[in-house]
Ligand binder design. Sequence first.
Ligand code: GUN
Length: 279
Amino acid sequence: MAAQIIDGKKLAQQIKAELREEVERLKRERGITPGLAVILVGDDPASRTYVRNKERACRDIGIFSQVHRLPAETSQEQLLELIEELNHTDHIHGVLVQLPLPEHIDERTVIQAIKPEKDVDGFHPVNVGNLHIGAPGFVPCTPRGIIEMLDRTGIPIKGKHAVVVGRSNIAGKPAAMLLLARHATVTICHSRTVDLAYHTRQADILVVAVGRPRFITGDMIKEGAVVIDVGVNRVDEGLVGDVDFDSCLEKASYITPVPGGVGRMTVVMLMKNTVEAVR
Ligand code: GUN
């Protein structure tokens, strides 16, 4: 039987409606409007689109947003100065620097300059460390969105074998940590994994974040697996995920589409982190 498609758009709308109410309440009861500052350096087309989506989501929910669009030649010093200023701006609760940055700027230095309490991306080492030890802190938006999708679809995590393909700091690694925290047995695979299909076929929950179009095919998954596709790849036909949707659809029990899947959740989780930053 064909898998049930997890509708990221619908779930994101539900969560947006909840956030809208929460923002209203914050304004009414505490006189606070959550504020997000987004910094975009250079003019990478994909980054520009992502930033526009973030701006739009803020407007939609009632979050104050400001976007700092800086030229590609901006020096690291200038960027660090802006971050420092935003760290001390009271009405800005979340600060986000869109990645990737131009080559002359050191990403790690920039991320570390953001005050952990305003790091709504969850990329600062303090937040990464908190995630690893199970302490409260900001969790990266994409993996947080994945867990939210599973929970809201009623898919149990505890005791399941989750296989994560990809080990990026933005998606794969934090997704594995969150699944582990929810009592899944977790295997992390990557580009150098030998006999990848052997591992992916063990997965009750398969999370794919490798950045290769249609990389995971139907023969690589177990009958009844839950398949979560984090990939966004631009090919001639348009946007496709890291999962070969058609061949996996036949075998999976649940599957997320691209577009309209995990990506929709990422932006809304950023909004959730921003609202939580007020606390
Ligand atoms: N570039 C791609 N994904 C992300 C993200 O989640 N946050 C930031 N800051 N940059 C990104």
